[in-house]
Design a protein around this ligand. Structure first.
Ligand SMILES: O=C[C@H](O)COP(=O)(O)O
Length: 276
């Protein structure tokens, strides 16, 4: 039996972060990207605050722009954690324009999203490579932040059959520099680039296959214990209407949700986690 088969849980089973119990708690992350005004933040915060409870077998976190972190920390319900969408590789000091992990931690931020495909691409500037993402991950973890590491293939890479090669290349520098203790505070967000913001979602079966392969890769290259415990979120046009099918898959431990997290539909995704 492949490792991923042996540590996957039956659809609908409870997940938690306690690998010894064979459970992983669902992690539903939102990513607001560079969207929002103070007024729109206040509106969505009020909507989230009025939404129902978060299921006991799920955790929720929203990645908000740096400038909106204070209002979210002040006003957003306390059971939704706050993530930054990036942090610098530097500590504090003469690094104009950077925001470092220790400053985020000091402010009350608990998570950071690193290696998002948009940052890897660079939007017209030099993009971030996997070595930089790994170094930033190590820095963030050392400052006490938890990290969602984003990986995923482009359309042409999937068509060429190299999806897992790409994911492995992106994870390799992390496997080289993170300790097993570090991995306890890491979640892998598998986001096929062709599905981000396009309305094209990987089918549950397609996503499950890649998630299982990623878990197997972690087992082979980091350790079976880490592979059993690490959460692997799916990202790419996830929304309330398709979340249930994705989250029912044995190796899909949550989502990283872009557009839908800017609306109350984020809570439809949260509420789509299978019952314990
Ligand atoms: O980080 C989130 C992903 O980029 C997914 O974005 P999306 O849900 O708008 O496709």
């Amino acid at each position: 039996m492949a490792f991923a088969d042996s540590c996957s849980r039956p659809a609908g089973a409870s997940k938690g972060s306690d690998a010894a119990e064979g459970t992983r708690k669902y992690l539903l992350g939102g990513n607001w990207k560079a969207n929002g005004t103070v007024a729109s933040c206040e509106k969505i915060i009020a909507e989230f605050n009025g939404a129902g409870p978060i299921p006991a077998n799920a955790e929720a976190v929203v990645g908000v722009p740096f400038i909106h972190i204070p209002i979210c920390l002040q006003s957003l319900r306390s059971d939704v954690e706050i993530a930054a969408q990036n942090c610098s590789l530097t500590g504090t000091g003469a690094y104009t324009g950077e925001t470092c992990a220790s400053q985020l931690k000091d402010m009350g931020v608990t998570w950071v999203i690193l290696g998002h495909s948009e940052r890897r691409e660079g939007f017209g500037m030099a993009g971030e490579d996997s070595e930089l993402v790994a170094k930033k991950t190590k820095m963030a973890l050392s400052e006490g932040l938890k990290v969602m590491i984003c990986i995923g293939e482009k359309k042409e890479e999937r068509e060429a059959g190299t999806t897992m090669d790409v994911c492995a290349e992106q994870l390799k520098p992390c496997a080289e520099i993170l300790s097993k203790e570090d991995w306890a505070n890491v979640s892998i967000a598998y986001e096929p680039v062709w599905a981000i913001g396009t309305g094209l979602t990987a089918t549950p079966e397609m996503a499950q296959e890649t998630h299982a392969n990623i878990r197997q890769w972690v087992a082979d290259n980091v350790g079976a214990d880490v592979a059993a415990a690490v959460r692997i979120q799916y990202g790419g046009s996830m929304k309330g209407a398709n979340a249930e099918g994705l989250l029912a898959q044995p190796d899909i431990d949550g989502g990283l949700i872009g557009g839908a997290s800017l609306t109350l539909d984020f809570f439809n995704c949260i509420n789509a986690v299978p019952s314990p």
